[in-house]
Ligand binder design. Structure first.
Ligand code: DP6
Length: 313
């Protein structure tokens, strides 16, 4: 008997980068994200004599999954498991595969082991494994903030059906993982405290922009959060440079399109891919413009997706 769950990656509009100095993987900054459709992680689990993990049909030693299982077993009765997980998008290329991965895994475990977890419990356990995973428990627009650091839906996807064009500039694993990079920033960047305090004060404004469906305001705030996070990354020692030439070219193109009146803004995470968030009306033009840039290997257009669900079992 097996159980299969599916979850989608999410993209932060207000960014999480840096952890609090206490156990439980609590973010140092609040965040606001959108969950995507089309891209997904599908995870099938069954009870097995020992834990074994397959990623895209290949057996792997995944330290993060091992640590998550060990942590979750301190709270819940979870047997040894065979875990078969598949991503329909490049893993570890700055497309948040750990977010959809841990959201799918805890959702499958909850159903398979009949743990009767609430969404709040699942987001709490997912966050302990990977901060951004807490947000993939929910669909649409999602917040992750104090005091409990459990993700909550802010707006369902239908309430504001934005589109996202992902410009893939390089396929391949990123140089420095988010966990390692954010710890480096906390320990070495002279800007870390300013990042944490200013992001905390940006939070309410971003929530208002989403609730009011104010695209121009959200565009300004989301680009500012992205650039501020990358300024922090660059100021870490040694500096974290996640951008490639094509990443920067996409950012300039998106701003040029906005100058021409298109409703579009960029965001970039811990990798070289660019996500252009736009209205349905302008998605096609945005996709064509990015696809024509030198160095852009591929573009993918997606919409907003739902939270993690059990699909079989
Ligand atoms: C740049 O959630 O991958 O995508 O908690 O260490 O697993 P861990 O980090 P992770 O970091 C995500 C960082 C980001 C911004 C964001 O998604 O908010």
């Amino acid at each position: 008997m097996s159980t299969t769950a599916r979850a989608h990656p999410n993209i932060a509009l207000l960014k999480y980068w840096g952890k609090q100095d206490r156990p439980g993987n609590y973010p140092a900054t609040p965040s606001v994200s959108i969950t995507l459709d089309t891209l997904s992680t599908t995870t099938t689990i069954e009870v097995a004599p020992t834990d074994r993990v397959w990623l895209n049909e290949i057996e792997v030693e995944d330290a993060k999954v091992g640590a998550a299982l060990e942590d979750w077993r301190q709270h819940y009765d979870i047997p040894s498991l065979s875990i078969k997980t598949r991503n329909n998008f490049p893993t570890a290329a700055g497309l948040a595969s750990s977010a959809s991965g841990f959201a799918a895994l805890i959702t499958a475990i909850d159903a398979h082991c009949e743990l009767s977890l609430s969404d709040a419990d699942k987001s709490d356990l997912a966050r302990r494994a990977s901060g951004s995973a807490a947000r993939s428990i929910h669909g649409g627009f999602v917040t992750l903030a104090e005091p409990d650091w459990q993700a909550r839906q802010l707006l369902p996807k239908k309430a504001w059906p934005l589109r996202v064009v992902i410009a893939i500039t390089t396929i391949g694993p990123k140089a420095v993982s988010s966990s390692v990079g954010m710890e480096r920033s906390r320990l070495t960047s002279p800007y870390f405290e300013a990042w944490v305090s200013s992001t905390a004060s940006d939070y309410g404004t971003v929530v208002d922009a989403v609730t009011d469906r104010d695209f121009d305001k959200l565009a300004e705030l989301a680009e500012a959060s992205c650039l501020k996070m990358h300024a922090l990354m660059l100021s870490s020692k040694p500096g974290l440079v996640y951008w490639h030439a094509a990443t920067v070219a996409c950012m300039h193109e998106i701003r040029a399109l906005r100058e021409q009146g298109l409703k579009v803004f960029f965001t970039v995470d811990a990798g070289p891919q660019v996500k252009a968030v736009c209205t349905e009306e302008h998605a096609k033009v945005v996709q064509q413009a990015l696809a024509n840039l030198p160095g852009v290997e591929e573009t993918i257009q997606v919409g907003l997706g739902q939270g993690a669900t059990v699909i079989d079992g």
